[in-house]
Design a protein around this ligand. Structure first.
Ligand code: PNW
Length: 480
């Protein structure tokens, strides 16, 4: 056991997202989101899955809160379905009181159970109508105004009950997977085998720009109209994996590692903390990367009360020679699971992109802390799937030692980053409270500390990791 520690009052718990757990897509006035429509297109989701039932959490909040209590969690990060609260999404469309009420009751019940709610306003499920009306994030001016209105409705609806607000979850995923590779809703891409529409060379950068302005506009609303009386904090959640050079002796690979982090994370982080896009992105993308007008950058710079960090794994990075492809979004490099000597970066999991490397967590949070002048971090997601877990018999599957060891490694690395590197980290949400709809991977890949029996009426069975994670934190969190 190391002598590292996490601060007293450290907020740890679990995360979920509306479309991944709720089900009940047409209940109490909810309308479609882009994920409802995307899932109906044959071939988009492994096994033909949809979020129509998912974990049925819309009907099981009491059970889910009991699960949380059982783990000893101090906080719960969940997202709101914009389509429940303003079904058509727009600033002139009606608010659906029933939809809002569902979440207000959830928040009340969490607080009554002694669990701190952390709300994500947007975890990818844009109201379908806004996509139809004006192309969603591709229309910055419309999107920003509608998002700002939606955010205000939420701030008002929850008031001082909610102290932690996250504007957007992983805008990289929405922008790149939604508008470049087309793997996620709304599925736009230059790849004509996947979609008849889209332009991967421009649209992801336009969408990303809209996210930044919308984030900053919502933060301004919160700071101007709510923060003083409600006393909360607001930030954005960015995803990003650590990078190691494919060949540590090749300076071009070493340099490409930073470039990868810039394209993946600093695309959003730099405007918020430094007031501009990274030079490496401007150099490669030229005027395909939108410019900030002065009023925009004044709004965006300084618009985080905390940095929400999602982190899962690491990759080896190999530079590419020559001009970047117009559809390239990585920074003209390859992101690989093996290095020059053929060694894997970590053990295999059920997710093709995820191989754990706990030390990468410590290195990345330190790298970000240095680049951005020591902001306060809340880790908003971290977790793993387990290779072949879905095929094991229930008793075996519940003994998820691989996941327990993952958490042990990653939480230990976080404690090292705090105690030894001086990183200001105050919270951590494990992904996820329960198995759920894993986007394009459907229900085959499971990230939960709770098993959900999709064939057996969505019954929940806590895995070993649900019991162990609290013990791990107990060892690290300072008592006084
Ligand atoms: C995150 N990738 O997404 C999301 O915030 C969650 O909703 C999701 O369930 C979780 O991670 C596990 O996947 C990611 O392909 C999805 O690199 C895909 C990638 C990264 C993050």
């Amino acid at each position: 056991m190391s002598d590292s520690y996490l601060p007293k009052d450290f907020l740890w718990g679990f995360a979920t997202a509306s479309y991944q757990i709720e089900g009940a897509p047409h209940e109490d006035g909810r309308a479609d989101s882009i994920w409802d429509t995307f899932c109906r297109i044959p071939g988009k989701i492994a096994g033909g899955g949809t979020g129509d039932v998912a974990c049925d959490s819309y009907h099981r909040t009491a059970e889910d809160i009991a699960l949380l209590k059982e783990t000893g969690a101090k906080s719960y990060r969940f997202s709101l379905s914009w389509s429940r609260i303003i079904p058509l999404g727009g600033r002139n469309d009606p608010v659906n009181e029933k939809g809002l009420q569902y979440y207000v009751e959830l928040v009340d019940d969490l607080i009554a159970a002694g669990i701190v709610p952390m709300i994500t306003l947007f975890h990818w499920d844009l109201p379908e109508e806004l996509n139809k009306r004006y192309g969603g994030m591709l229309n910055k001016d419309e999107f920003v105004k509608d998002y700002e209105n939606y955010a205000r409705v939420c701030f008002k609806g929850f008031g001082s009950k909610v102290k932690y607000w996250i504007t957007f979850n992983e805008p990289w995923c929405s922008s790149i997977l939604g508008y470049s590779t087309g793997l996620f809703a709304p599925g736009r891409t230059s790849d004509r085998t996947k979609s008849a529409e889209g332009d991967s060379s421009t649209e992801p950068w336009i969408a990303g720009h809209s996210f930044l302005i919308a984030h900053a506009a919502a933060v301004k609303v919160y700071r101007d109209e709510f923060k003083a009386k409600d006393g909360g904090q607001i930030g954005i959640t960015l995803n990003g994996d650590w990078t190691e050079p494919w060949d540590p002796n090749d300076p071009a690979d070493v340099e490409a590692c930073d470039r990868k982090l810039e394209f993946a994370i600093c695309w959003f982080g730099d405007p918020i903390y430094l007031g501009k896009y990274p030079d490496s992105m401007r150099k490669q993308l030229g005027n395909r990367l939108p410019e900030f007008i002065p009023e925009e950058i004044a709004l965006v710079k300084g618009s985080n009360d905390f940095y929400g960090m999602n982190h899962y794994c690491a990759n080896y990075i190999k530079h590419k020679e020559g001009e970047a492809d117009p559809d390239d979004f990585l920074g003209n490099l390859e992101s690989l699971l093996k290095n020059k000597d053929g060694e894997f970066i970590g053990p295999e999991t059920q997710s093709f992109w995820l191989r754990p490397m706990p030390l990468g967590f410590r290195k990345l949070i330190k790298w970000l802390s240095d680049r951005y002048g020591g902001p306060t971090f809340y880790v908003t997601e971290n977790g793993t799937s387990v290779l072949g877990e879905q095929d094991l018999p229930l008793e075996k599957l519940l003994e998820d030692d691989f996941r327990v060891e993952y958490f042990r490694g990653y939480i230990g690395a976080l404690a090292d980053a705090h105690a030894k590197d001086g990183v200001d980290v105050r919270g951590y949400s494990a992904w996820s409270l329960m198995d759920n709809f894993e986007w394009a991977e459907g229900y085959e890949t499971r990230f939960g500390v709770t098993y959900v029996d999709y064939e057996g009426g969505q019954k929940r069975h806590p895995k070993k990791s649900a019991k162990e994670i609290g013990k791990i934190f107990d060892k690290y969190i300072k008592k006084e």
